[in-house]
Ligand binder design. Structure first.
Ligand SMILES: Nc1ncnc2c1ncn2[C@@H]1O[C@H](COP(=O)(O)OP(=O)(O)O)[C@@H](O)[C@H]1O
Ligand SMILES: [Mg+2]
Length: 247
């Protein structure tokens, strides 16, 4: 597999706090790669850096071989690299269908045009993806009336409207009812295998990430502590000491 994303020597500090120090990692095209580490170890910051949310202090970020570290969020999104958030960002005062339709690839028109006009194909796609995420029956409910877990599923479906090549998921199972987690794992696998989207997933639930990811990176104190297959990570003493021991 060729690499879709290559991060080399990435550093990012907030004032005196070094959130990421010299991080290097690779996400192969077609893979599901995991990112774990204690709270505050710099996982979300790394995702924010990759999608262009803030400037980085050093290092490089290559997506499909192209340096993207100086591009803005919208430019990176257009190349096919998107993220979802640990705290969801759906439009609570709009119904699920409307949330989906305004997430469709941006057109040149203004927001009002975007709200009122959308192609039949986009409506079909929105319905199909709402069905895929189990939200079809809720499609005319206000997003703000959904449970937190359902809002996360909606945010995931909204990201899929853009057909990204690489999707970064920040704790997709956090706040999701445990009885729904197996269904979510299955959907993430199908997103990868059937729709062909490469996934890079931050996850606190060890059962989930060990099941999903073929390769896992572990951060601690802003630095890359270890990486390997799920079995290698499970058996890595430094990971056990810094993180798994507490789980
Ligand atoms: N916007 C910010 N401003 C200042 N400090 C931040 C900001 N974002 C993150 N940090 C700090 O960077 C460190 C890493 O945070 P974060 O990337 O959110 O960790 P994680 O996602 O692994 O829990 C923490 O010490 C956090 O307080
Ligand atoms: Mg985080």
């Amino acid at each position: 597999m060729s690499s879709l994303l290559e991060v080399a020597g990435l550093s990012k500090a907030f004032g005196g706090v070094v959130a990421n120090r010299e991080i290097s990692l690779t996400v192969p095209d077609g893979a599901i790669v995991g990112l774990i580490g204690p709270n505050g170890s710099g996982k979300t910051t790394l995702f924010s850096s990759i999608v262009g949310h803030h400037p980085i202090d050093g290092g490089s970020i290559r997506f499909q071989g192209r340096e993207i570290s100086r591009l803005r969020v919208a430019e990176i999104a257009r190349l096919g690299l998107l993220r979802t958030f640990q705290q969801t960002r759906v439009y609570g005062q709009m119904d699920c269908m409307r949330n989906m339709l305004i997430s469709a690839p941006h057109r040149e028109e203004g927001l009002l045009d975007m709200l009122s006009r959308h192609s039949p194909e986009q409506v079909d796609e929105a319905e199909r993806l709402l069905a895929f995420t189990g939200l079809f029956e809720k499609r005319f409910l206000m997003a703000g009336d959904l449970s937190f877990g359902q809002q996360k599923l909606l945010e995931f479906a909204m990201a899929l409207m853009n057909r990204p090549k690489l999707l970064l998921l920040d704790e997709p199972t956090a706040g999701i009812n445990p009885t729904l987690i197996n269904g979510l794992i299955d959907r993430l696998k199908r997103t990868n295998e059937e729709i062909g989207i490469t996934l890079f997933v931050i996850e606190h639930n060890m059962r989930v990430i060990m099941d999903l990811a073929e390769h896992i990176y572990c951060l601690a104190h802003g630095e890359l502590l270890a990486d390997g297959t799920p079995d290698e990570i499970r058996g890595d003493q430094s990971v056990i000491d810094a993180y798994l021991g507490a789980h």
